[in-house]
Design a protein around this ligand. Structure first.
Ligand SMILES: Cc1ncc(C[n+]2csc(CCOP(=O)(O)OP(=O)(O)O)c2C)c(N)n1
Ligand SMILES: [Mg+2]
Length: 994
């Protein structure tokens, strides 16, 4: 809580600032721009205008701009008085007051550089720019009276008082960066709040004792663990115990501020302490986890170390109010949890129907100093904070800034003065607090909460502290930081310093402090005894492979034709007063025809129908990704725009009154944060189909941490499941190395224990069924889909609408042209099927069947066996893929297929390659021709002119959307090819002479 000096500022003295600045003003008519401010009582406004001009000269009226420019110039030109009285003559009457405003501005902007932030006192806190002389004042001016503008309510004050006021407010153990904020209302609010209280905490004695209790509790837990579990990693909070008091103050203040729930994300440092002292996890449970025989009880998979585990609880505040608090599990990867927590918080807001103000659920992220400035995902996550599809009403960031990262000190880890620099680019308020002053820190967190609830923006608290031990407890800090650690060793603990302060103030007695300590010791000893009894029951044994047979059960996902036709009408109907692009109108008409069975379905229409059918049966959907509203390939057009106004209409939001919600967002240009966010969202909204779409599949590796650490492994590590669905455009169309591969092999390498489903559907109808299955089936698992690019408009890959009216997702598709009796069975996935089928037809190859694995993991072995079993028993089995040999599904499938069919499987595809694809379309065509021929056992590929040249996807539908004619494609590829082949011939390496 912060002391209120006065709620309404005192009126300014009769003489306005402008009058003081320009004594002759009344004789000239004020400029209209100057008019309003030129009246008595507006000194504060003038000063604000001056601040605004300093921050951004072009943001104010040109008349005022000219005025301040002249004014500054005057300040600079006037030489400082050499000696004698300070009272300036004539023009000098103007300048001291102006310089005083300059000083006010400078202290508010840079006072933090003088603040005593480092408990160890090793970081210098001085700034010559704030010396009196900078403002052309001397000690002799100290008793001169000035108008103090808006300072703490304003009024006349001596320079001495003004300086004392500013130093107390901005240069104590709290340093505030807020003058970079461009929103003046926010800046003014913060300034007034801070100046009214002079940033001094005011707590009742009982509240002060509570702060001390929390600090002692934090310290006592660490010390207990230190002596009972010697050398075990716990990532001690010692030196930063203020965090626990700060979190307690925050939780205490939540109910009165309308917060019902907090979602916390944090890394290793102090996590065990937060679990026990903030979330109320029992010490017994924690101590049990320290035991060497401990085996996690709840997790079916491999479990995780104790300092990564999540927890949730409903806590009761001192005023008997309930608050739900959760700590998200997180991997070792620093800051990866940030977007996940934001997504979870947004999901919780949805569940609490708090989607307008977002005041009931508060995300709190606790960071390390090294990670906050170093990890890019921090900046990506901060950038989500105000975006329509990703905002959470403001996050409170707390940095446990122990001024070191493992062995690396700030001078090596950042190019900025503060580790909080990324937050500055978003214009967030930043409070730097000396960690040895927990009372101030607790006052600031309350201010932060009030700020967040009022302005719905992020805010940052940087608790500057130190790290008592090494990075972990087995780590010797003296190897690399001998001088720092000799200071730390001598430094009194936070609890000692606060005890002294409260004892001196008569707020607590020595006996009371002893009682707090001994009670905590008893609690810990009891818990330790209980935990020892519990662990004797553990019998570690190797666990069996975890399987989920339900993943291979079929789910009926057909939708009656009449319903599809009706949905088709809904998704193609636009309000009568909407004027839309004619090509879009045509596309909508085509969709209607497709849904009515008058034209074959394409991918985008199948997707729309799948979405529409789910929404109208009460299943909500969220789709986010770069340009996902329109679709990277201009295929989706989920939002339609009015030509005159750009008013947006989303047909899928307008299907029926009682439909479930459909949310579709263009994401910012980030993979890690956006996928992390959508994944986090999916954890708390398991009934919602949440899709994240990569612009091109290969960009998903920008979010590799989220994929490896969370999506693939979270169920095994933490027992949490998700329905997150990844749409990854994939397919070889000769577009070069960067846009061909979604790195299918990576997903397959991560596949085990039925952790997720990896698919590469080849028809719109099967995609339709897949999306519906993912939403409808009870088993909650992530889904990875290789989605089409070129096939989006490829008539070869269209489906009759009747294929959507019955059945289910087919994991394996038999060859429609050759169901049995083939002497060669070519297995493949996705797009290459169409190239194979066309090649076969063109060359009259009769004896080969092409079977599609639409779901590669988990492989439906019985279905595959049954389908392959219809062909000759001695049939050659070939795996054909477009991807290089070291990529695609080959490495994952080879041993499985060999074991399944008890024979060698022949590979037909590109050779192993460092890069996913060639950069030349012509080479691509050559390679494709070769791999198709090889699949059919042709020793020599046919001439390319006779081969099937694969189509290239168009990224936008500037063209009519029709594929180029095969002849035209052949012609251009052949032309390129001949020039490439001649170049290649010329490049042939000469044989070395022997
Ligand atoms: C992405 C990532 N890179 C490296 C590490 C290894 N690592 C663990 S903690 C740590 C230092 C973190 O420093 P800081 O953020 O200041 O937190 P502190 O440990 O000081 O609390 C490092 C480098 C990691 N966990 N994650
Ligand atoms: Mg650190």
């Amino acid at each position: 809580m912060v002391r209120d000096l006065q709620s309404t500022p005192e009126p300014d003295p009769a003489l306005s600032t402008l009058d003081r600045l320009n004594p002759n003003r009344s004789s000239t008519a004020p400029s209209p721009a100057l008019g309003r401010l030129g009246h008595p009582g507006n000194a504060g406004q003038l000063e604000e205008l001056y601040e605004q001009w300093k921050a951004n000269p072009t943001s104010i009226d040109p008349v005022w701009r000219g005025f301040f420019e002249g004014f500054e110039l005057g300040c600079q030109l006037r030489p400082p008085p050499r000696s004698g009285p300070t009272a300036p003559a004539a023009v000098g009457d103007v300048l001291p007051q102006a310089r005083l405003y300059n000083l006010l501005f400078a202290y508010r902007a840079l006072g933090h550089t003088l603040a005593h932030l480092d408990p160890l006192g090793l970081v210098p806190h001085e700034n010559p720019d704030l010396a009196l002389s900078t403002f052309r004042f001397t000690d002799a001016d100290l008793d001169q009276v000035f108008d103090s503008g808006t300072l703490g309510g304003g009024g006349p004050r001596t320079l001495r008082d003004i300086l004392a006021f500013l130093r107390e407010t901005y240069c104590g153990t709290l340093g505030v960066e807020f003058m970079h904020i461009m929103n003046f209302a926010i800046r003014r609010w913060l300034r007034d709040r801070m100046e009214r209280s002079r940033n001094q905490p005011v707590f009742t004695p009982a509240q002060q004792r509570r702060v001390l209790e929390k600090i002692i509790a934090a310290e006592s837990l660490e010390r207990f663990l230190h002596t009972r579990y010697v050398g075990q990693k716990r990532f001690s909070l010692e030196g930063g115990e203020t965090l626990i008091a700060v979190l307690d103050s925050l939780l205490e203040a939540c109910p009165a501020n309308g917060v019902e729930e907090i979602v916390i994300g944090m890394a290793h440092r102090g996590r065990l302490n937060v679990l026990v002292n903030t979330l109320g996890k029992s010490r017994r449970k924690l101590f049990t986890e320290f035991h060497e025989n401990y085996v996690p009880e709840t997790v079916l998979g491999d479990g995780d170390v104790k300092y990564h585990l999540g927890y949730e609880n409903t806590i009761t505040t001192s005023e008997n109010k309930k608050l739900r608090v959760s700590l998200a599990p997180n991997p070792s990867h620093l800051e990866a949890v940030d977007p996940v927590v934001e997504g979870k918080a947004r999901a919780r807001q949805r569940l609490r129907e708090d989607t307008v103000k977002r005041e009931k659920v508060l995300p709190v992220l606790i960071h390390g100093d090294g990670a906050f400035i170093g990890q890019g995902v921090v900046a990506e996550t901060l950038n989500l904070s105000k975006l329509e599809g990703y905002k959470t009403g403001g996050t409170i960031h707390i940095i446990v800034n122990n001024q070191i990262a493992f062995t690396t000190v700030p001078v090596d880890s950042r190019s900025t003065r503060y580790c909080t620099a990324p937050a500055k680019s978003l214009g967030l308020p930043i409070f730097h607090i000396n960690g040895d002053d927990p009372l101030s820190a607790c006052a600031v967190i309350q201010l932060a909460l009030e700020f967040r609830q009022r302005f719905h923006e992020d805010i940052v608290l940087d608790i500057v502290c130190y790290r008592k031990h090494g990075h972990n407890e087995g780590d010797e800090p003296n190897f690399t930081q001998p001088t720092l650690y000799s200071e730390i060793d001598q430094h009194p603990s936070v609890s000692r310093l606060l005890s002294r302060r409260l004892l001196d103030a008569g707020v607590i007695t020595e006996e009371q402090i002893q009682k707090i300590r001994s009670q905590l010791d008893v609690v810990s000893e009891d818990a330790l005894r209980e935990s020892r009894e519990a662990v004797t029951k553990f019998q570690p044994k190797l666990r069996p492979d975890f399987r989920c047979p339900a993943l291979l059960e079929s789910v009926s996902t057909g939708v009656p034709a009449s319903a599809l036709a009706k949905l088709g009408r809904s998704i193609s109907t636009i309000p009568a007063d909407f004027q839309i692009n004619t090509k879009i109108r045509k596309m909508l008409d085509q969709r209607r025809a497709m849904a009515e069975g008058k034209a074959p379905l394409d991918w985008a229409c199948a997707e729309h129908l799948a979405f529409a059918s789910l929404l109208t049966s009460g299943h909500p959907i969220r789709l986010s990704g770069q340009d996902s509203r329109r679709g990277t390939f201009s295929q989706r057009h989920s939002a339609i725009y009015d030509l005159r106004t750009r008013a947006r209409y989303i047909p899928l939001k307008n299907l029926s009154k009682d439909q479930a919600s459909f949310c579709v967002y263009n994401s910012p240009l980030s993979e890690a944060a956006v996928l992390g966010f959508d994944y986090g969202y999916s954890l708390d909204c398991p009934d919602m189909l949440i899709l994240w779409e990569a612009q091109f599949g290969d960009f998903a590796n920008g979010a590799q941490t989220q994929i490896d650490q969370y999506i693939a492994a979270a169920e095994s590590k933490w027992g949490v499941t998700s329905r997150i669905t990844l749409l990854l455009p994939h397919g070889y169309h000769g577009q070069g190395p960067e846009h061909s591969s979604a790195r299918l092999e990576r997903f397959l390498q991560l596949s085990a224990e039925d952790n997720w489903v990896v698919t590469y559907p080849s028809t719109p109808a099967n995609y339709f069924h897949l999306l519906r299955r993912q939403s409808l089936r009870k088993t909650v698992k992530p889904l990875v889909v290789m989605t089409p690019k070129g096939m989006l408009r490829d008539p070869r890959a269209s489906s009759p609408v009747k294929d959507c009216t019955r059945g289910c997702f087919e994991e394996i598709l038999p060859d429609p042209a050759m169901a049995s009796g083939a002497r060669r069975v070519i297995l493949c996935s996705g797009k290459v099927y169409f190239d194979l089928a066309e090649f076969r037809e063109k060359h009259g190859l009769k004896d080969a069947a092409v079977i599609r694995l639409e779901q590669i993991y988990p492989l439906h072995e019985t279905k595959l066996q049954a389908i392959v079993g219809k062909h000759a028993a001695d049939a050659e089995i070939v795996w054909c893929q477009e991807e290089p040999r070291n990529m695609g599904a080959w490495n994952h499938l080879e041993s499985k297929l060999r074991a399944l069919f008890r024979k060698e499987i022949r590979y037909a595809g590109r050779r192993a390659s460092a890069s996913p694809a060639t950069g030349a379309l012509a080479i691509h065509a050559l390679e494709q021709n070769q791999l198709l021929a090889s699949a059919f056992g042709m020793s020599k590929p046919p001439l390319l002119a006779e081969a099937v040249v694969p189509s290239r996807p168009s990224q936008t539908s500037k063209s009519s959307g029709k594929p180029r004619s095969a002849a035209a494609k052949n012609k251009s590829a052949q032309a390129k090819l001949s020039s490439v082949s001649s170049r290649k011939r010329n490049r042939k390496p000469k044989r070395k002479a022997s």
